[in-house]
Design a protein around this ligand. Structure first.
Ligand SMILES: Nc1ncnc2c1ncn2[C@@H]1O[C@H](COP(=O)(O)OP(=O)(O)OP(=O)(O)O)[C@@H](O)[C@H]1O
Length: 440
């Protein structure tokens, strides 16, 4: 499912069940659906209702392609996608990438009430991706759970009164990237402990009733599982550390002047971070697009006339085409997700949409958002212990130099030149071997 080097951000679209849709809006939309799923394609029809109530002949059909599309509108439908099916496709690949030593991020984005929390957390009768991932991962790991509410970070697992919890600072480590200072880390040795932490954090999360959803998440929640695997590499004990970020974003909703001041501030902060997320995604997509077109121009040039390569690459790198600045730090959410967006992580974006005719505009905007995200190319790498990596690289260098030495011996070079080169190569080999012995 994932490519090993550059990894495009995976985009998935999910449709929610009709019960919720019909119960809240049936009077408005009559339960008509604007969305269809056909294999990896989502089709959205703009049903313009004329004044008489008939269907306008100008109805428009738009089509979007994603890595996976799921239809979970009617359980009786033979194409109905259950939570288990979604887990088998997405959760299992998240776990296998983490076990290989990659950082992984899975985040749900979509209109309020469209099924983000249902997908990420689920309900007691129908568990979502996060508890399923916790249940399967029986290795020793550590977990943390935070929420971003009104641009402030709160620890969801610190105990005590939610409103008395201090907000935590986000800092940036030069190598490990952004992190939350003083966020509690909880070592768990089985899935039951991880599940308990997850439930504790969910209970502490801030929700409120909005027009579209009685228990709308008013904060972005990030549940992180960090695995540390002890391995033996080249007979050396080593560690591979990988991180899984499971993100349930807050729902966006248009501001209503009848809301209280607190609710309006909350809404504007949610919108601010979602808008920044949108800007970051667009800028990254544009940069990835630019890099890939540079690469393809260069490869076409190198296949054709070799002299073109230099001129092309210099005009592209030195000329007007600059990579966009990515405003990660404009919101806490994008700052914390910096690595997951365009960095060292395999990332899956799950876009949830309502199939209702009444949600046409929001659904279309979510589909466009996800299409942009699909163009982002991340650069995941296995998180190796730096000392072990150095030893491995030195050993590789020793092998390379040894084979060079052998090559010189085989060739019949003039004895003096050969001796000179052999001498300096042998010296480098010796130095590297000494370094390796020193490090063991
Ligand atoms: N595929 C589904 N099958 C059954 N019920 C669903 C499905 N998707 C969503 N629901 C139900 O719809 C309601 C709203 O879903 P959910 O809370 O996941 O929305 P949300 O996108 O997280 O909303 P918000 O952004 O406001 O927090 C919930 O009661 C949820 O259980």
């Amino acid at each position: 499912m994932f490519s090993l080097n550059n990894s495009p951000l995976q985009t998935i679209v999910l449709n929610l069940q009709p019960q919720f849709l019909l119960s809240s809006r049936e009077s408005l939309d009559g339960g008509r659906l604007a969305v269809q799923v056909d294999d990896k394609f989502v089709k959205i029809r703009n049903l313009k209702v004329s004044l008489e109530g008939g269907v306008d002949s100008r109805e428009k059909l738009l089509e979007f392609c994603f890595d996976y599309c799921y239809w979970s509108v009617d359980p009786a439908d033979p194409h109905y996608a259950s939570q288990e099916e979604v887990f088998q496709d997405l959760g299992v690949s998240v776990l296998s990438a983490a076990s290989e030593g990659y950082n992984v991020c899975l985040f749900a984005y979509g209109q309020t009430g469209s099924g983000k929390t249902y997908t990420m957390m689920g309900t007691p009768d129908s568990t979502g991706l996060t508890p399923r991932i916790c249940r399967v991962s029986d290795a020793i790991c550590s977990c943390s759970f935070l929420e971003i509410y009104n641009e402030r970070v709160r620890d969801l697992l610190r105990g005590g009164e939610q409103k008395n919890r201090p907000s935590l600072r986000v800092r940036e480590h030069p190598e490990k990237g952004p992190y939350v200072q003083d966020l509690s880390q909880h070592v768990v040795s089985d899935c039951k402990q991880a599940m308990d932490l997850l439930e504790e954090g969910i209970a502490n999360r801030i929700t409120a009733a909005t027009h579209n959803h009685d228990a709308s998440s008013r904060s972005h929640a990030i549940f992180t599982i960090q695995y540390t695997q002890a391995i033996l590499e080249n007979n050396l004990p080593s560690e591979i550390v990988s991180k899984i970020n499971l993100v349930d974003l807050a729902g966006s909703e248009r501001a209503d002047p009848n809301y209280s001041r607190d609710r309006l501030t909350e809404g504007s902060n949610i919108n601010k971070s979602l808008v920044t997320l949108g800007i970051v995604i667009s800028a990254l997509a544009q940069n990835s697009h630019m890099s890939s077109s540079c690469q393809s121009i260069n490869s076409v040039a190198s296949e054709g006339d070799g002299s073109m390569v230099g001129s092309n690459s210099s005009s592209l790198s030195g000329g007007g085409r600059r990579h966009c600045f990515i405003p990660y730090r404009d919101s806490v959410l994008t700052w914390l997700l910096k690595d997951s967006l365009g960095g060292n992580s395999k990332t899956i974006m799950v876009a949830t949409v309502s199939p209702s005719v009444n949600c046409y505009n929001e659904t279309l905007s979510t589909l466009r958002y996800a299409t942009h995200a699909r163009n982002i190319v991340n650069k995941p790498r296995v998180n190796e212990d730096p000392n072990v990596r150095l030893i491995r690289e030195l050993r590789e260098e020793i092998d390379r130099l040894k084979s060079m030495l052998l090559g010189f011996e085989m060739r019949n070079l003039s004895p003096s030149l050969s001796d000179e080169r052999d001498g300096s190569l042998s010296e480098i080999v010796l130095q590297n071997e000494l370094k390796v012995t020193h490090m063991l």
